[in-house]
Design a protein around this ligand. Structure first.
Ligand code: NAD
Length: 516
């Protein structure tokens, strides 16, 4: 065993020991049950709020060494991590499925595949995305400026439970590719997937001190923001996002907020109805509707509303729901989310909506809500105004396109939106009038899994972007360097003189005419 390997192992023991000791010192343990079966999941010791600062300090020390490694070595280690994730994909999918209640198919396709793709993209692309950028200066051609992207230091990441592997690990990989360290506070409902990810990072030869995963509850997340991190990435609800933004404002650290959605789909009269129905059913019920970008409202042209709705209901009734194995729709991950879904549907039905299928909690032991299609809903109902985050699809006919666009935009949220039409030109005209971070024509959901494409919302759906080259730059601070290549007179320096001012004024007019 070489000296370096021994040193690496010592570090591993140290960080693991730290988190273990901190967890042991904390009185709380995380105890969840499998959403699909009701069986207990392994208890996970929680790290308390008082312990977070120490962890951030340790990560900061490791970060300096990681940044000094350079792009090529970082790429090698991130690629090793990616390969390990691929090698262990079956086991990982099983863990993800067990703690979320989603089918293993979704664990593989929605959590593991996007993370692997993202890791490959950033491992390879970070060097190019973060190279120095020249900024031409029109007014002073004898000077040159460039931007240099420096890692911020330690990135704090707080995540939700619906993509417990791809989301926190995706943010970790982005942070590492840009030369940062990371401290993750995963959702208290799904700590196991992130802990599996951490094991693989260690195994890939990434300094165990560089990334910490701190299982814990809300107060531990709040403490992370206050523990000396240089930037926060928060993925979760609007209510918590507001608190996170306020704390980051207090500390004057940047934050990216990926919050909720109430995403509309508009089905135009000339849409391919079969393709639109299949997409919308997938968009509403994949992950049991627990996707920030789930289709939560469908506006369909009245001329085609009947055949479209019939087909949606037919497809919905064919969905197989249950735990494990060959099922299409899994369980509701948390008891609170099941309650929200039940409340939204019950209120809608009480106010005159009609359920064409579903609208019931399926008998236990797991937490299942039957895929539900609603008609007769109004825009005042909670099922239209609030994020449902469950398998519920309200369908609303419209009489003209203007009305559809107005209704689609009538929301506090603006994460994604979808338009269906055989004419892409027509669809794009509608798409360009929708207030959403992403608008997809003739498809749903999938762009979150494509690392090249920026992800994020407008309005109450969030601030900033993850994914794409922009996210890497966001995780850096920018140094602007300005160099004088040769010297010219600087008549604007002291002392000020009237005659010089007149000459400069004339020069300004001439130059500005050239810039027209
Ligand atoms: P949540 O806001 O309840 O919790 C998110 C995380 O915040 C958890 O880790 C939680 O422990 C932590 N937390 C709680 N209180 C905190 C506090 N005061 N300070 C700091 N951290 C705190 O959200 P959730 O129920 O876990 O997730 C569901 C939400 O996440 C939905 O609204 C969904 O749309 C959203 N989401 C958004 C995206 C996106 O990309 N826009 C992706 C996934 C999920």
């Amino acid at each position: 065993m070489g000296a370096r390997q021994r040193a690496d192992e010592r570090r591993e023991v140290t960080m693991e020991a730290t988190v273990r000791e901190l967890s042991a010192a904390s009185p709380a343990a995380i105890r969840n049950t499998e959403p699909a079966t009701g069986k207990p999941l392994p208890a996970v010791a929680a790290v308390g709020p008082g312990e977070v600062r120490l962890v951030v300090e340790r990560v900061r020390k490791a970060q300096a060494k990681w940044a000094a490694l350079g792009f090529a070595e970082r790429r090698r280690r991130l690629s090793a991590f990616k390969n390990l994730v691929l090698d262990r994909s079956q086991e990982l999918a099983a863990v993800i499925s067990r703690e979320t209640g989603k089918p293993p198919f979704e664990g593989l396709l929605h959590d593991i595949a996007p993370l692997v793709n993202l890791t490959a993209f950033y491992a390879r692309g970070a060097k190019r995305a973060l190279r120095d950028r020249r900024v031409p200066i029109r007014m002073f051609p004898h000077k040159r400026s460039y931007l240099r992207y420096e890692p911020r230091g330690v990135i704090g990441i707080i995540s939700a439970w619906n993509f417990p592997f791809s989301v926190p690990m995706g943010e970790v990989v982005t942070a590492l590719a840009a030369g940062n360290g990371a401290v993750v506070k995963p959702s208290e409902f799904t700590p196991l997937s992130a802990l599996e990810g951490k094991k693989l990072l260690d195994e890939a030869g990434i300094d165990p001190e560089l990334v910490a995963v701190l299982p814990g509850f809300g107060p531990t997340g709040a403490a992370l923001i206050d523990a000396g991190v240089d930037m926060m990435v928060f993925v979760g609800s609007l209510a918590t996002g507001r608190k996170v933004a306020a704390s980051c404002g207090e500390r004057l650290i940047p934050c990216v907020l990926e919050l909720g959605g109430k995403d509309p789909a508009i089905v135009l009269q000339d849409a391919n109805l079969e393709a639109a129905a299949r997409s919308v059913v997938f968009g509403a019920f994949a992950n049991s509707g627990q996707v920030c970008a789930s289709v939560e409202r469908v506006y369909v042209d009245r001329a085609v509303a009947e055949p479209f709705t019939l087909r949606v209901v037919e497809l919905t009734k064919k969905l197989r729901q249950g735990g494990g194995g060959e099922v299409d729709v899994g369980a509701m991950t948390t008891p609170a989310q099941l309650e929200t879904v039940r409340r939204h549907v019950d209120q809608a039905l009480a106010a005159g909506a009609k359920a064409l299928t579903g609208a019931e909690v399926r008998p236990g032991p797991g937490r299942f809500y039957a895929p539900t299609v609603l008609t007769g809903v109004s825009h005042e109902m909670a099922v239209i105004r609030e994020e449902t985050f469950g398998p519920v699809l309200p369908i609303i006919p419209f009489d003209d396109e203007e009305e559809a666009i107005k209704l689609a935009n009538d929301s506090d949220y603006g994460l994604s939106a979808y338009v269906f039409s055989k004419s892409t030109r027509h669809a794009e005209q509608v798409a360009n009038r929708l207030a959403a971070g992403t608008v997809i024509v003739n498809d749903v959901l999938y762009t979150h899994g494509v690392p090249e494409l920026p992800w994020g919302g407008v309005k109450c759906s969030g601030v900033g972007r993850t994914h794409g080259e922009e996210a890497l730059r966001e995780m850096c601070w920018v140094r602007h360097v300005n160099v004088e290549r040769f010297s010219l007179p600087k008549p604007w320096l002291f002392p000020y003189r009237e005659a010089v001012l007149r000459r400069l004024e004339k020069l300004l007019r001439t130059v500005m005419r050239l810039f027209n």
